[in-house]
Design a protein. Structure first.
Length: 258
């Protein structure tokens, strides 16, 4: 099986084989059913579907999160944003109000909820199927909003968020050819691309955030390392004091705006 996956281009074929076998075993107690399931899962992976969409979950920051076909799969680099968000919510104190915008399946909100279960969790995305995945991961502990950037938030929440965190789409349109085929073919383009320089939605988020932040609130945004200085300059024109947090790999960037 691993050889079959490796021939299809799966770099970590042995690891993926173990995960596929585990998923098949969890699907049924019947041996024949498990074997049929494994055959189907393997065929989907060999055809190029992301492993996480095939098995229906992704491991993120110590938690298993539900994903679904065509939904953006959380990247492991986003653990930096999750850690920064957990820290900011803790600093805000008990009952802090937190929003994960462009939430995808809610990886950052899930991390915040686990670390600070008393926080008030809000989740927002423009795609209903994506929000459905987030509901599976956050459950009744969150309030869910169908958003276009931050448009769509209830007006009574204006000026009340202690922490707003987001991974807006930030891949430049012209960089599509450099993405893995599984991302291009199996994740919605609206969750990937951010305009000519990749920062269209980052700028929009920065511009809209001020109205929703509480006094002393913070905005945390993941973006590309080569985009950080342009984003910081724009944030300054919007009245924010900005700093940059780099991951240990020095390739992951979080903008911290106050």
């Amino acid at each position: 099986m691993a050889a079959h996956l490796r021939h299809a281009g799966c770099v970590f074929a042995e690891d993926e084989a173990r995960i596929l076998i585990q998923a098949a075993q969890e699907s049924s107690s019947d041996t024949a059913d498990r074997e049929a399931t494994l055959t189907g899962l393997t065929a989907r992976r060999v055809a190029g579907e992301p492993l996480e969409q095939v098995v229906g979950w992704v491991e993120f920051a110590g938690q298993r999160l539900a994903v679904a076909p065509n939904v953006f799969v959380p990247r492991q680099r986003t653990t930096l944003l999750a850690k920064q968000s957990v820290r900011a919510v803790r600093e805000a104190g008990a009952g802090a109000r937190f929003l994960e915008a462009f939430c995808g399946v809610g990886p950052v909100a899930a991390s915040v909820l686990r670390a600070s279960p008393e926080a008030e969790i809000h989740i927002g995305d423009r795609d209903e199927s994506t929000l459905a995945c987030a509901r599976r991961n956050i459950g009744p502990h969150g309030e869910y909003h169908l958003l276009n950037c931050l448009d769509g938030l209830p007006q009574h929440l204006a000026g009340s968020f202690d922490v707003i965190s987001a991974v807006p789409p930030y891949v430049p349109d012209a960089a599509a050819m450099f993405l893995p085929r599984e991302a291009r073919d199996h994740e919605t383009s609206a969750a990937l691309f951010g305009g000519a320089d990749g920062l269209d939605l980052v700028r929009r988020l920065i511009g809209q955030s001020r109205q929703w932040l509480s006094p002393g609130g913070v905005v945390l945004i993941e973006c590309g390392i080569e985009q950080q200085h342009t984003a910081v300059e724009f944030a300054a024109t919007a009245g924010f004091s900005a700093s940059i947090v780099l991951g240990d790999d020095e390739q992951t960037t979080v903008l911290k705006l106050r």
